[in-house]
Design a binder for this molecule. Structure first.
Ligand code: ATP
Length: 283
């Protein structure tokens, strides 16, 4: 028996850091939405009590360091499941890109094994479990558009963004979120206007949504990797309505309303950056 789950990437429409917590994590305030760029996660039931992960990627391990493995292991331990699972991941989401690819794979495993192993766990509980794996996992379990606060565990649903196209450009570097978060100095941080983004989404106003885009981590990543800032400038000039870095980078994305315009931005970025994608927001 097997089933498959889609594991979509996310972008941050807005990302703010409110402060550092006692437990070493940061309090965040993010508005995230899912996009039509997904990994495919296949789950095959095994009678033998093992977890196996298979994927073809030079950058992602297929052992217990894989977040999908960790998700399966967590459910197995927590619910004393004696069956095993073979997890096959077809990766399309770039790795260490700020698009939560690993978190989304883990979330897909939590959703999928809940069905395959007949565990009947509520979405809320799955999200809670997901937090043990990573701060972006609760949002990825929910999958949609949301305001995410706390360490990542509070996920408040928001209306999906108005229909539009996303062009993503990923420079040929991987950025470790940990490294960027270590460099945060909360007193010096610029803050986006999260409420403005909430209002724009509630009104379904594309132009206002673009105006409200903001990411408090951009300056830190741009300082470490100036080429990321150059890609942002280039995409702005190529006609995207607004352009922002997702997560802690290095992926830069631009939003446009119409397909023809999206194609022009895509073509112009193709000559400038190796990995470029043109997809729709799912939300
Ligand atoms: P985030 O935005 O949540 O910080 P990211 O998009 O920057 O995530 P990921 O692609 O999720 O980064 O991967 C970050 C690290 O996690 C890499 O070092 C990678 O090797 C590891 N990893 C473990 N499991 C996976 C997986 N299933 N897919 C991708 N990366 C994984």
């Amino acid at each position: 028996m097997f089933l498959y789950e889609k594991a979509p990437a996310k972008i941050n429409l807005s990302l703010d850091i409110l402060g550092k917590r006692q437990d070493g994590f940061h309090d965040v305030e993010m508005i995230m939405t899912t996009i039509d760029l997904s990994d495919r996660v296949e789950l095959h039931l095994l009678e033998k009590d093992t977890i196996k992960v298979s994927l073809e990627s030079r950058f992602v391990p297929n052992d217990e360091r894989n977040l999908a493995y960790q998700a399966a292991n967590l459910l197995k331990k927590e619910y004393q499941v004696s069956q095993g699972v073979f997890i096959k991941i077809d990766k399309s989401i770039p790795v260490s890109a700020g698009l939560a690819g690993g978190s989304s794979d883990a979330a897909a495993v939590l959703r999928g094994l809940n069905k395959l192993w007949n565990l009947n766990i509520s979405t809320e509980k799955l999200m809670q479990l997901g937090l043990c794996i990573g701060s972006d996992v609760p949002f990825c379990v929910y999958n949609g558009t949301a305001l995410v606060t706390g360490r990542g565990e509070q996920v408040i649903p928001l209306p999906a963004p108005p229909s539009c196209w996303v062009i993503l450009a990923k420079p040929n570097i991987g950025v470790s979120s940990k490294t960027i978060f270590h460099q945060i100095n909360v007193e010096e941080l610029w803050h986006p206007n999260t409420q403005r983004m909430v209002d724009a989404l509630s009104a379904g106003d594309f132009a206002e949504m673009c105006e409200a885009m903001g990411n408090a981590l951009e300056s830190i990543t741009f300082y470490n990797y100036p080429e990321v800032a150059r890609i942002k400038e280039k995409m702005k000039k190529s006609g995207a309505y607004n352009v922002l870095m997702s997560g802690s980078g290095p992926t830069i994305y631009g939003l446009v309303e119409h397909e023809g315009q999206a194609q022009r931005v895509y073509n112009s970025m193709r000559g400038f950056c190796d990995e470029v994608y043109m997809v729709r927001i799912i939300g």
